[in-house]
Design a protein around this ligand. Structure first.
Ligand code: OGA
Ligand code: NI
Length: 339
């Protein structure tokens, strides 16, 4: 397979677009309409007044920063990421690289307790910070998914949230740590030259991602090839990404957002991402009400399980458009979505 090398950063366009910010404390039907619009237009929004307690966020951030501050040899005890555990600069198994170190954990309590033993000298402190965070953020993700179903006029409003509430849900928590820009004024005059890709362009494979970062910029979303919108950092907000599974579950009404993270600040950046995923054996099919929205009530995707999709994800590069492999031949019914 020939893989196109990424365009140089300098040839890309940055666009200053005001991305949707959803105030979770506003009136419910209004919130659900705004969320649907954001997911249709961008596959992305930021949510404020979300109700996840500050101390729960601060606890996990503290644990994450303590881990990343450890000497390399100690961090390696939690690696290599296959795919769970500690990884540094290598992302996935197909040569993707970036200026990032990360810790990937399964949200299943047994797996979390097990991995925590390699992460911290006080594993129960680490796993209780992580499980407190997971529980709170999963609750928010479920609420957002219910609001989406309501806004899409799907009568079974828990049709999406059930998948991530399931005890067998295959959900992930990842802490990412991006180094600061190297300020070496003598050798390189422009700070732009020192900007590097931390986490390269991709879409998240799961249903919904909720990501919180410290007060440092870096996250960008793409609306078309090579055009990037910087997401203003807000440590009091969560960024919500529509994942590939939600695109399939909404029969293409919502788009999974292409995004990346750059290292473009003099401060180091830490982000904590909860990826809400379905159980491995769950079938990914859109509710019938959402099939009516395209001509002939056709499904854009053939039925598949999350396990099958995950296998495709692991066999491809980070930036590959994996969901295209699962389309039916009904492209003629939806020319706008053909790739
Ligand atoms: C990810 C991701 C972006 C960020 O972990 O999937 O897109 O801002 N991270 O850390
Ligand atoms: Ni991502």
């Amino acid at each position: 397979m020939v893989v196109a090398s990424p365009k140089p950063l300098s040839s890309e366009k940055l666009r200053d677009v005001e991305l949707p910010i959803i105030d979770f404390s506003a009136e419910r039907s209004e919130v659900s309409k705004l969320i649907v619009k954001a997911c249709e237009d961008y596959g992305f929004f930021q949510v404020i007044n979300h109700g996840v307690p500050e101390d729960i966020i601060a606890n996990l951030e503290h644990e994450g920063l303590s881990f990343f501050a450890l000497p390399d040899s100690e961090k390696q005890r939690a690696g290599p990421a296959n795919p769970l555990g500690y990884g540094c600069k290598n992302i996935g198994l197909h040569g993707d690289k970036g200026e990032v170190e990360y810790l990937t954990l399964h949200t299943n309590p047994l797996s979390l307790a097990e991995t925590s033993r390699t992460i911290s000298n006080n594993p129960s402190k680490f796993s209780s910070a992580a499980s407190g965070y997971i529980e709170a953020v999963r609750g928010l993700a479920c609420e957002l998914l219910n609001l989406m179903a309501e806004g899409l006029l799907v009568p079974d409003t828990s049709v999406f949230s059930r998948l991530i509430r399931d005890v067998d849900s295959d959900s992930i928590l990842r802490l990412n740590h991006y180094p600061p820009l190297q300020l070496d004024w003598d050798t390189s005059p422009s700070s732009y030259d020192r900007i590097k890709v931390g986490f390269g362009e991709h879409s998240d494979p799961q249903i919904l991602t909720l990501l919180r970062s410290n007060d440092v910029s870096g996250l960008q979303i793409s609306i078309e090839d090579g055009v990037w919108i910087p997401v203003p950092p807000d440590p009091t907000a969560f960024c919500a990404n529509v994942g590939d599974m939600l695109q399939a579950l909404t029969n293409g009404r919502f788009v999974s957002v292409r995004h990346r993270a750059l290292t473009n600040s003099c401060k180091s950046r830490i982000s904590m991402a909860y990826f809400g995923g379905p159980p491995l054996q769950a079938w990914i099919t859109a509710p019938p009400e959402l099939l009516a929205s395209n001509t002939n009530r056709l499904s854009l995707y053939r039925p598949f399980t999350w396990a099958e999709y995950k296998k495709a994800v692991y066999s491809l590069r980070l930036g590959d458009r994996r969901l295209d492999l699962f389309r039916t031949c009904s492209d003629a019914a939806a020319p706008g979505l053909a790739s």
